[in-house]
Design a protein around this ligand. Structure first.
Ligand SMILES: Cc1cc2nc3c(=O)[nH]c(=O)nc-3n(C[C@H](O)[C@H](O)[C@H](O)COP(=O)(O)OP(=O)(O)OC[C@H]3O[C@@H](n4cnc5c(N)ncnc54)[C@H](O)[C@@H]3O)c2cc1C
Length: 386
C-alpha cells in the first residue's frame, strides 16, 4: 500500500521512520504471497504469517523486551498501521503475539518470561488472550470461570468464547475467578494448550478471515507457578494489557482506511462517467475530502496516544480509548465511502474494498466496543482531574 505520509510528524524519531520503511519494504515483497488463500484457510495462513514475521524479526515490536515494560507504543502502532494496509490477517498475526503475551510481559516473573516470551518472538509458540465468556464480554468483571486452589495447583473450570488463535495457540492467558464477585476476585494464569482439560470445542465462522473459537476448561490443572502476579490482580492485569494494545487497534483501523482511501483515489481518477472522470464531480470531491480528514484525524489521535504512552509512560486510558473509538469508527466510514465510489464493483467478492468492508467491522467490537470506549472516556472526565 505504501508508507504513511505522516512520518514527518513530530511524534516520530528517525528510528521509527527507519522501522516503518524497512517493514513497508518487507511487507510489499512478502505479504501478497503469504496472504494468498487466507479466505480459504485462515488457520494455515496465520501460521505462515507468524513464522514469516518472526523470521523478519518484526515480532520484537509487539512483545515486551524488559520486565514490566510494554513494547514501544509508536513502533507497535506504526507496525500495525503498515501491516494492516497490506492485509488485515497480517496485522492480526502480528498483534495477537503481542496481546496474547502482553500479560506475561507486563507482570510475568523471570521464569515465566524466560519460558514463554522467546518462543513468542521466534514464532515457535502462538499466543492467545482468553478473557471473554458467553455471559461476560463488555462486563468483564462478571466472568464465571473459576480457579480453585488445590495444593500446588489451581483447577480451572469454565468456558471462554471469541478467543483469537483458539486451536493455534501454544498457550492461553486465562482470566478466572479465585475470590470475591466483581473485579477484585479475578486472577490470570498461563495455560499451555496441551494441558489436560483444555479443549477448543468450536471454531467461530466470522465475516472475515480470523482464527477464533471457543475454549472449554474442565478440571484443568495448572501449577501455581503459572499464576501471573498475585491472586486478585487479574482485572488490573487485563486492563493494563488492554491499555497498551487498545491504541494499536486504532492504528490497524488506520492502515485499513489508508488502503481504502488509496483505492478510492485510483478509481475516481480512472473511472469515466457521463463523459468525464468521476474525480471531476464535486460530489466525488466531497467524499474524497471527508475521507482525507477522517484518515488524518485518526492518525493524529492514534499517534498522540502512542506518543504519550511511549514518552510519558503510565496509564493512557483516555488517549487510548479516544484513538480506538475514533479511528475504528472513521475507518468504517472511509471504507464505506470507498465501496460507494466503486459502485457495483465495490460489493463483488474479491475486490479490495469489499474485503476491507468485512475486515474492518470487528475492530469496533473487540478490545472494548465503541460504546464501552465512550463509557471509559466519559468516566475519565466525570471522576475529576480534567
Ligand atoms: C473478531 C473478534 C476477536 C476477538 N478476540 C478476542 C480475544 O482474543 N480474547 C478475548 O477475550 N475476547 C475476544 N473477543 C471478544 C470481544 O472482546 C467481545 O466480543 C467484546 O468485548 C464485546 O463483548 P460481547 O460480544 O459479549 O458483547 P456484549 O458485551 O454483550 O455487548 C453487546 C452490545 O451492548 C453494548 N453495551 C455494553 N455495555 C453497554 C452499556 N453499559 N450501555 C449500553 N450499551 C452497552 C456493547 O457496546 C454492544 O454493542 C473478540 C471478538 C471479536 C469479534
Amino acid at each position: 500500500m505504501g508508507l504513511p505520509d505522516y512520518l514527518h510528524w513530530p511524534f516520530f524519531e528517525d528510528r521509527h521512520r527507519q522501522h516503518a520503511k524497512a517493514l513497508d519494504t518487507w511487507a510489499r515483497a512478502r505479504l501478497p504471497a503469504l496472504l494468498e488463500d487466507d479466505e480459504k484457510d485462515a488457520m494455515s495462513a496465520t501460521r505462515r504469517l507468524v513464522a514469516a514475521l518472526a523470521e523478519g524479526g518484526w515480532l520484537d515490536a509487539a512483545v515486551s523486551s524488559a520486565p514490566g515494560r510494554a513494547p514501544d507504543s509508536l513502533t507497535l502502532c506504526l507496525s500495525r498501521d503498515i501491516l494492516a494496509s497490506y492485509g488485515a490477517l497480517a496485522d492480526f498475526a502480528f498483534a495477537m503475539q503481542g496481546l496474547g503475551s502482553g500479560p506475561i510481559g507486563l507482570c510475568g516473573d523471570t521464569a515465566q518470561r524466560q519460558r514463554y516470551l522467546p518462543d513468542v518472538k521466534s514464532g515457535r509458540s502462538i499466543a492467545a488472550f482468553a478473557l471473554t465468556e458467553p455471559d461476560a464480554g463488555s462486563d468483564v468483571a462478571a466472568l464465571k470461570t473459576t480457579a480453585r486452589r488445590d495444593g500446588d495447583d489451581y483447577v480451572l473450570d469454565g468456558t471462554k468464547t471469541f478467543i483469537s488463535n483458539a486451536g493455534l495457540a501454544g498457550f492461553y492467558v486465562v482470566f478466572a475467578r479465585t475470590g470475591v464477585p466483581g473485579p477484585r476476585g479475578l486472577s490470570a494464569f498461563i495455560v499451555d494448550a496441551d494441558t489436560p482439560g483444555l479443549e477448543v470445542s468450536e471454531q467461530l465462522p466470522v465475516i472475515s478471515p480470523h482464527p477464533i473459537g471457543v475454549v472449554r476448561l474442565a478440571s484443568c490443572r495448572v501449577p501455581a507457578g503459572r499464576r501471573l502476579g498475585e491472586e486478585g490482580q487479574g482485572f488490573a492485569i487485563a486492563m493494563g494489557t488492554l491499555d497498551v494494545f487498545r491504541v494499536s487497534v486504532g492504528a490497524a483501523a488506520l492502515g485499513l482506511s489508508r488502503c481504502a482511501f488509496q483505492q478510492a483515489l485510483d478509481r475516481v481518477r480512472e473511472r469515466e462517467i457521463f463523459g468525464a472522470k468521476l474525480a471531476t464531480y464535486q460530489l466525488t470531491q466531497a467524499k474524497i475530502a471527508d475521507m482525507a480528514v477522517g484518515v488524518d484525524a485518526s492518525a493524529l489521535l492514534v499517534y498522540r496516544a502512542a506518543w504519550t504512552k511511549a514518552s510519558l509512560g503510565g496509564r493512557t486510558t483516555r488517549e487510548a480509548s479516544m484513538a480506538k473509538l475514533f479511528a475504528t469508527e472513521q475507518a468504517q466510514l472511509v471504507i464505506d465511502q470507498a465501496v460507494q465510489l466503486f459502485g457495483g464493483l465495490g460489493v463483488v467478492h474479491g475486490s479490495t474494498v469489499e474485503r476491507l468492508y468485512r475486515d474492518v467491522r470487528a475492530l469496533r467490537i473487540y478490545e472494548g466496543t465503541s460504546e464501552v470506549q465512550k463509557l471509559v472516556i466519559a468516566a475519565q472526565y466525570l471522576k475529576g482531574g480534567h
